[in-house]
Each structure stands twice: as C-alpha cells, then as structure tokens.
Design a protein around this ligand. Structure first.
Ligand code: ACO
Length: 369
C-alpha cells in the first residue's frame, strides 16, 4: 500500500448514497431534497425546511399547521434539563452545556432506544423544539438574567430570539435569523453529520448520535469557525487594518477562520445569501463598519491566497449584530443542524451498514517481551 492509497481525512471518498441534500462544487450549488437552498431561504420558514428535510416534501398548509403545533408544544425547557444546566459552571463553553443538556434529554426519555421511524421523528422534533430553549437560557444565565418562557403565538425564529432577548426584534432581524437557520440546517456528509451516522451505524440511539454531532461541530475547523471569525474581527478592529493583519497571520502560518472548504473550492454556495442578510442587518443597526471589515478581509484573502469564505464568515458578524454573545454562535449552528443530523440519522437507520473503515499499520514490527 502506498501513501496515495491512504485517503487521509476521507477526502474525495464517497461512502454512501443520500437523498437528503446534494452539494455540487462544480456549480456551487446546494439542494435540499432537490430544492436550491437559496430558493428555500427566500421563500420558506425554517419550520417548512425542517419538515422538508425529514419528510422529503414541503408541507401542505394543514401539515405545516400540525407540525408547528408539535414544535410549539415542546418549546419550554424541561425542569430536569434546566436543573442539569444549572449544575454547570458559568465558565463552561456553551457547546459543552448544550452537549450535556442534550445528553440529559436522552437519559430522561424512556423510549431513547426505540428506533422506529415514528419514535425517531418524535425525538428529532423534541430536540428541534428544545435546543433553542437551552441555547437561549444558557446565554441568559451567563448574563445573570432569568429564563424566559416560550410564546406559542410566535414562529420558531421569532420565539428563539424572544426567549434569548426578552423581546421580539424587527422583522428584518427575524428574517435574517430564519435565513441563517435554513442555510445551516443541512450539508450532506460533513464531519458532524458523518459522526452522527457512524454512531447510528452501530445501532447507537438518536440522542447519542446528536451528542456526537455536537462534539464534532464544536471544533474550529467545522462549526466552531463562526465563533472564531468574531475573534478575528475583534483582533483586527477596523477595515484599514485587515490587510496588514492578514499578512502577519499568514506569515505565522495561521488558518484564517471562515475561509476555505473541503468540498467547495470556488466559493460556498450559501455565502451570497448570508452576506445579503448581513448587509440588511448592518443597514438596520447602522453598523456599516462591520461590512467594511468583512469586505476588507475577504478582498485581502482573495488577492493573497484566492481562498473563498464559507458560511461561517458572514454568519459570525450577523449573529454579533443580532446581539448574541460570541460564545453562543456555534450553539446556534447546532439548533439548525440538529434537523440535518436527525434526517441523516433516520436515513442511515433505514438502510444501515456498520461504518468501519480500515487503517494501514505503521507501528513497530512484531516484537516480544
Ligand atoms: N486559511 C489559510 N490557509 C488555508 C485556509 C484558511 N482558512 N484554508 C485552506 N488553506 C490552505 C491550507 O493551508 C493548504 O495550503 P497548503 O496546500 O499550502 O498547505 C490548502 O489551503 C488546503 O487546505 P486544507 O486545510 O488541506 O484543506 P481541507 O480541505 O483539509 O480544509 C478547511 C478545509 C478545514 C475548512 C480549511 O479550509 C480550514 O481550516 N478553514 C478554516 C476553518 C473554517 O472556516 N471552517 C469552517 C468550515 S465550513 C463550515 O463548517 C460551515
């Protein structure tokens, strides 16, 4: 076996079929169940997209109404889960809090190991409804604020923002948040989704698979990048300093967070839509400096390395403008991606094969004591 036989990082390896989404790097496109993600972001609520990803078709009006009622009925943070969150120190990273809270939800579900399609859909809906409550409460407790109960007269995005900030923001903000949730919801066999599928392939339960997905998403090379982008912006300060900052960062061999992608080499299909949402927010909050910095670093990175931004690049500053703590950015990604993960978990379970690759041993030759 030669080095070229080793597919390090599984780069370029096709391991299975999926009908959930299609990433096409040649045309820079992303389809959810056949629909371009840009069209979904422009025309749909996150609830409609969640239904689409799980059921394969967009809901009728009656199906949507029933689906929304299921989500609205489970939004309140369970007392036992709140108690678990309250045990954790304020210094815990919100991704660690979320991972622990989702694990607690699994541990209190008597049907955790039931893997029928109906039971899996119920669990997926429960997580989809409860993750916002955990994320919102965790940010509030770190700010010394009380939990805010959900409002069932609001849609998913408006309620999420209400539970976090105690008021419903302007439509422009709710719409931008809805767009971010749709764009983050699904992206084929990325690292966290693959992690969830590996766990499902051993017949591990849905909660364990989601907890594994959260662990994989936390890393800065994956979902943790949206948080890291904001640290970069804070470090640079203003647009006029972006070029010099980049020179120094590249000279010290730093990876520039929010740029590059394993699959897209000519630009992430989701970036233009999220950049438009960022522009709208910058206009609304009168924070054009944020877009100037965004453009300056993007231009410098393009001329210096020709590496394009990924979705985390516009979503980091967008979440900042909405008022979220930087530490909360990656948990917001989880809130959206839990839909994609669970769609893949159900797909994996429906046509399962244990995922178990091989390795080439390169340790010492056989030896004896
Ligand atoms: N900054 C600087 N150089 C980069 C970057 C970057 N962000 N991304 C890629 N490169 C360079 C690498 O240094 C490497 O150069 P070399 O060939 O001279 O060594 C070349 O481009 C190829 O990069 P790899 O890291 O080998 O590409 P890979 O496909 O493994 O990595 C990844 C993709 C992990 C996303 C990478 O681009 C990266 O680390 N980006 C920063 C983290 C990030 O933004 N992650 C978010 C991913 S998307 C998402 O989760 C929504």
């Amino acid at each position: 076996m030669t080095d070229t036989d080793i597919k390090k990082g599984l780069a370029g390896v096709v391991v299975d079929y999926t009908a959930v989404s299609k990433v096409n790097p040649e045309t820079n496109s992303l389809l959810y169940r056949g629909y371009p993600v840009q069209e979904l972001a422009a025309n749909c609520s996150f609830e409609q997209v969640a239904y689409l990803l799980w059921h394969g078709e967009l809901p009728t009006d009656a199906e949507l109404k029933e689906f929304e009622e299921i989500e609205r009925g489970q939004r309140a943070l369970d007392d036992s889960v709140k108690a678990v969150v309250d045990l954790l120190p304020m210094t815990a990273h919100p991704m660690d809090v979320l991972r622990t809270a989702v694990s607690a939800i699994g541990a209190t579900d008597p049907d955790a190991d039931v893997a029928t399609e109906e039971s899996s859909l119920n669990k997926a809906a429960r997580l989809y409804a409860q993750v916002p409550a955990i994320v919102a409460y965790d940010q509030r407790r770190r700010r010394g604020e009380d939990l805010i109960p959900p409002r069932d007269d609001l849609g998913y995005s408006a309620n999420f923002l209400y539970m976090t900030f105690g008021e419903v923001p302007a439509d422009a903000v709710v719409d931008a948040f809805n767009v971010s949730m749709i764009l983050y919801a699904e992206h084929s066999f990325n690292a966290s989704t693959f992690t969830a599928r590996v766990i499902t392939s051993t017949l591990g339960d849905l909660y364990s698979a989601v907890v594994g997905g959260i662990g994989a998403l936390k890393g800065a090379l994956h979902g943790g990048a949206n948080e890291a982008v904001m640290h970069t912006f804070d470090e640079i300060g203003t647009a006029d300093k972006a070029e010099a900052w980049l020179e120094e960062a590249l000279a010290s061999k730093r990876k520039i967070m929010g740029f590059g992608h394993r699959v897209y080499k000519n630009g992430d299909s989701r970036v233009p839509t999220m950049k438009t949402a960022l522009d709208t927010l910058a206009e609304y909050y009168d924070r054009h400096d944020m877009v100037e910095l965004y453009d300056a670093l993007n231009d410098a990175m393009t001329s210096r390395k020709n590496i394009k931004p990924n979705l985390d690049y516009p979503s980091g500053p967008a979440y900042h403008l909405m008022g979220f703590d930087t530490l909360t950015f990656t948990p917001l990604f989880v809130a959206a991606r839990v839909v994609g993960w669970t769609a893949h978990i159900m797909e994996q379970a429906a046509s399962n094969a244990l995922i178990r690759p091989l390795s080439e041993y390169n340790g010492p030759d056989e030896r004896h004591l």
